[in-house]
Design a protein around this ligand. Sequence first.
Ligand SMILES: CCCC/C=C/CC(=O)SCCNC(=O)CCNC(=O)[C@H](O)C(C)(C)COP(=O)(O)OP(=O)(O)OC[C@H]1O[C@@H](n2cnc3c(N)ncnc32)[C@H](O)[C@@H]1OP(=O)(O)O
Length: 281
Amino acid sequence: MFPLRLLRTARRVLPAKSLSTTGQLTDLTVDNEGIATLTLQRAPVNSLNVELLQELTTVLGQVEKDKAKGLVLTSASPSVFSAGLDITEMYNPNVERLTALWTSLQDLWATLYSAPYPTAVAINGHAPAGGCMMALCCEYRTMVSGRYTIGLNETAVGIPVPEWLIGTMCKVISQREAEVALNAGLMFTVEEALKVGLIDETATDKADAIEKSKKFIKRFDKISPIAHSLTKQRFRSDVLQPFAKNREADLNQFKYVVLQPEVQELLGQIIQKLKQKKAAK
Ligand SMILES: CCCC/C=C/CC(=O)SCCNC(=O)CCNC(=O)[C@H](O)C(C)(C)COP(=O)(O)OP(=O)(O)OC[C@H]1O[C@@H](n2cnc3c(N)ncnc32)[C@H](O)[C@@H]1OP(=O)(O)O
């Protein structure tokens, strides 16, 4: 039996900006056709800390409650969609905070992946790890052309890719392409991402990416919300259902791995490298 929240029975078309909210770390606006745009705005690189993850999940709940026609996800940064999990949250962590980080990530993934409204993403810059995860949850991906990269590079930072995220990736690109990329933590250029189907189309700039995302959302104008949401749910339930059963084990595995001395050492080196890179700019 599907949870009731996954069924969508009606849309409301609201006046422009009527749902507009500005949280600290995100911004939500709604245009005059009822399409919501959710912008990540945690400078400098939208790295996902506990607060950003929780705010995103709360805002997605609001988009659902207010029956927006659909959602476009994007970022306020000129060159980074999201740098993935905030590495400083995983280095020398407080275990309670580490638990909150992973459970908040699980909540965000489950909420966005099972969103009953149409979702699209305007990827306006780099999208490693958690950035790629958010993009993969959406039904349509447009990425701005440029020297950006996208992919699940978790193994390169010492973290195994969780099963639910492997499942999410394998719904988008072939299992073979996913296995090769995820085992080695490979990132795709925009051209490579288009070739393997990780993104659906390229855009010239952010405005173009948002326009293309909205065009995708408008495809559903003549589709019944209940038909869309239930069909989407049926495509995704084989990833969502095992996740719901294994959340606790998934959390324990993440904490076990992150707290290993060699993973802590690697995370420390990555933080150091990022600092040196900044200093060399
Ligand atoms: C769904 C996840 C499931 C499993 C778990 C996965 C674990 C992870 O997600 S680990 C994170 C993986 N992310 C990365 O490996 C990306 C690391 N960052 C970069 O490669 C680059 O920063 C960038 C390509 C995203 C952007 O490059 P750019 O030149 O524009 O900016 P920088 O000078 O490198 O960085 C600016 C600033 O931001 C800090 N920073 C960058 N990434 C992170 C991060 N992931 N967490 C925390 N902080 C980050 C960087 O240190 C700089 O900070 P300062 O301004 O204070 O020096």
